[in-house]
Write a protein that binds this ligand. Structure first.
Ligand SMILES: [Zn+2]
Length: 292
């Protein structure tokens, strides 16, 4: 029976991925009282499944976890046909442009941040907020230079809230591309000027007077497409402790590639002709087969 529930969760997760991944959220409602609410306008980046738990992850690292009862389920509706939902009380409703996903009969609904110190009590307090007009750039640079895990990759450190706050995953991918940095480069291989450049670009984008939006995306969501800088092919992979998706160009993001951390392997690299949602589904099946 437990196996059936897990199978059902995997099927629901597959449907959620097709409906939600890569889309900006336009609506969020919940009857629960989560610690933090996912923000309207953020991109839904991943749907993970672990046994009977389904996790939805936004590009700023917010994670919504639902633990499903035997008869609980996530259902997908067309935005134009929400009449089907009437009369049923959903615990969570997530809307994107053309679809609405609704969760019924969950045992638990909770949210957290991938790097939330409350979930990782050994971690320190939050770093400076990049959207603060009085941001002390050097303080962010100091935290990067003094990063205690010298084997950590620059891609991981950019999302670590203890170093600086405000970089979501979409912007992380774009930031690495704009600085031609290899995502696997060890943070300890970057010098002060390179850290300064990352902080300066990030702050410029996230300060209130900036539009806060990238006009066009160079790599994020462009898997299999041509890199506008070098003509290479954009790839997508999973990376880091939180295993977030990472879009990058292997042809021109070569700075510090020699120092690449070997902690994370690239076995999750998506073949160019496979949609990321399909790839994640196949990877989940593969993992379930190995563990079952
Ligand atoms: Zn390129």
């Amino acid at each position: 029976m437990i196996f059936d529930i897990a199978n059902s969760a995997r099927r629901q997760a597959a449907a959620l991925r097709v409906a939600l991944i890569g889309n900006r959220m336009t609506r969020f409602e919940t009857s629960e009282a989560p610690v933090l609410n996912p923000q309207i306008g953020r991109v839904i980046e991943e749907v993970r499944v672990l046994g009977r738990e389904i996790e939805i992850i936004w590009d700023d690292g917010v994670v919504l976890r639902t633990k499903m009862r035997i008869n609980g389920a996530w259902k997908i509706f067309r935005a134009s046909n929400q009449g089907e939902m009437r009369g049923r009380s959903a615990q969570v409703v997530i809307g994107v442009e053309d679809r609405v996903a609704a969760c019924f009969g969950a045992l638990d609904v909770e949210t957290h941040h991938d790097f939330d110190p409350r979930r990782h009590p050994l971690l320190g307090p939050h770093g400076p907020d990049l959207s603060d007009p009085k941001l002390d750039h050097e303080s962010c640079v100091d935290r990067m230079i003094a990063y205690e895990d010298s084997d950590a990759t620059v891609a991981e450190v950019l999302l670590d809230q203890r170093v600086m706050r405000g970089i979501g995953n979409v912007f992380r991918c774009e930031l690495l591309w704009s600085c031609e940095l290899h995502p696997w480069a060890k943070i300890s291989s970057l010098n002060r000027d390179e850290c300064r450049e990352l902080v300066a670009i990030a702050a410029e984008m996230l300060q209130p007077e900036s539009s806060g939006r990238l006009a066009t995306l160079a790599v994020y969501g462009r898997h299999g497409k041509e890199c506008e800088r070098c003509g290479g092919q954009i790839r997508v992979t999973h990376h880091g402790e939180a295993n977030r998706v990472l879009y990058w160009c292997a042809e021109c993001q070569t700075r510090h590639s020699g120092s690449g951390s070997t902690r994370y392997v690239t076995e999750h690299d998506t073949p160019p002709n496979v949609h990321p949602a399909e790839f994640i589904y196949l990877s989940d099946l593969e993992r379930a087969r190995k563990s079952g």
